[in-house]
Design a protein around this ligand. Structure first.
Ligand SMILES: Nc1nc2c(ncn2[C@@H]2O[C@H](COP(=O)(O)OP(=O)(O)OP(=O)(O)O)[C@@H](O)[C@H]2O)c(=O)[nH]1
Ligand SMILES: [Mg+2]
Ligand SMILES: [Zn+2]
Length: 352
């Protein structure tokens, strides 16, 4: 064992250590800390809305009468600032509450800390990394429409993700003007309603009062396929939002995304509406089988009733799920969707 000897520090060494400590303290100076909300993403930069202002506002530099007016952005409540993040911070998303500092001389800010999240919606990216989508959402509106043709399995996937994130959902069937009475999409809506999900029908070019009322006070994320009218609905609720919408609706059938970044827009006193790009695929391989069950309440109610404990639910004989589907107690398409998700998870587990 090494012999530890106490060493006397010279005065000069003491002074140097004190100075180093002081400069570290200066780095951590928190007196300029502000509260903020992430309202939009731009690659590595973010936009922050100021939720607080400094007790003592920094003073604008004074210049001589012939000098040009220097750049100066006052820190006001609700003002929006481009910000970088400290490198040690985890990935931030729209809806995150943060601590940040503003520099009125440049109009830029730096985010120094992230607050604990109430909720977080995630999805895996194409590199199979779990990617946060939006934080602190209190309600997710899943929008679908007669055009583009809905993909019920995508709706099922959204429902699993929302249930997993523990965020309530509202299913909105938009473009009501394009639905004739016998349209199969009505049936789709009714099926989800029968499963216990809250549903609503809207027409983004008509009245959206009922939807506006329902969303009051909530922080709402709009999700759904490209072209279903998410941005149109937000513009109908908040005309000042001026979200870009697809001019030629046929474009959406080609899978072009009009909204390209997730943006948060103030809504009433305490609410917010979050527009997000349409998502064509929504992998759930990062979830557990239990999470999948929770997105299929009618199926999870039957779990344990199959004859064999290790039932794969793929042979009609002795399988409670197959039997229920054959008898019309559950929807065959929902069972199919459920089994496909379970397969996806198993495949992912085998690969890793
Ligand atoms: N007929 C009809 N058309 C609508 C309605 N709502 C939206 N649209 C049209 O549908 C097209 C797509 O609308 P967007 O609001 O851009 O759709 P989005 O869901 O935001 O699409 P992405 O941003 O690409 O994800 C536009 O041409 C809208 O005018 C509606 O209620 N009825
Ligand atoms: Mg859009
Ligand atoms: Zn079974």
């Amino acid at each position: 064992m090494a012999l530890i000897r106490k060493r006397r520090l010279t005065d000069q060494q003491k002074r140097r250590i004190h100075k180093q400590h002081q400069s570290r303290q200066d780095d951590l100076d928190t007196s300029n800390d502000l509260e903020g909300l992430v309202v939009q993403h731009y690659g590595r930069q973010l936009e922050i809305k100021a939720l607080s202002v400094p007790e003592i506002h920094p003073e604008k530099p004074t210049v001589g009468p012939n000098d040009p007016e220097p750049f100066w952005k006052p820190i006001t409540l609700g003002s929006v600032w481009r910000c970088h993040t400290r490198t040690n911070l985890e990935l931030l998303v729209t809806g995150d509450r943060v601590t940040w500092q503003a520099d009125p001389n440049t109009g830029l800010g730096i985010i120094t800390a992230i607050h604990a999240r109430q909720s977080l919606l995630t999805r895996p990216d194409r590199y199979h990394k779990v990617k946060p989508v939006a934080a602190n959402i209190s309600l997710i509106v899943i929008v679908f429409a007669p055009l583009p043709e809905p993909a019920p399995t995508l709706i099922d996937r959204y429902l699993v993700a929302c249930q997993h994130a523990n965020i309530p959902t509202l299913l909105v069937l938009n473009k009501a003007d394009l639905i004739d009475q016998n349209h199969h999409i009505q049936t789709l809506l009714q099926e989800y309603q029968a499963l216990g999900y809250e549903v609503m029908t809207t027409h983004a070019h008509g009245h959206v009062d009922a939807l506006t009322q329902r969303l009051d006070g909530e922080t709402v994320a709009f999700v759904g396929q490209s072209g279903v009218g998410k941005s149109s609905l937000i513009n109908a609720i908040l005309p000042d939002a001026s979200q870009k919408i697809n001019v030629i609706s046929e474009n959406s059938a080609l899978g072009q995304h009009t909204t390209t970044s997730t943006r948060l827009i103030d809504f009433g006193q305490s609410g917010a509406l979050i527009d997000s790009p349409g998502i064509r695929e929504f992998g759930l391989w990062h979830l557990t089988e239990d999470a999948i069950y929770s997105g299929f309440p009618e199926i999870s109610a039957l779990i344990g009733q199959c004859q064999f404990r290790n039932c794969t639910h793929k042979q009609a004989k002795n399988c409670a799920l197959e039997k229920a589907a054959l008898q019309g107690d559950i929807l065959p398409r929902r069972l199919e969707s459920f089994l496909r998700l379970c397969d996806e998870i198993q495949e992912a587990q085998q690969k890793s």
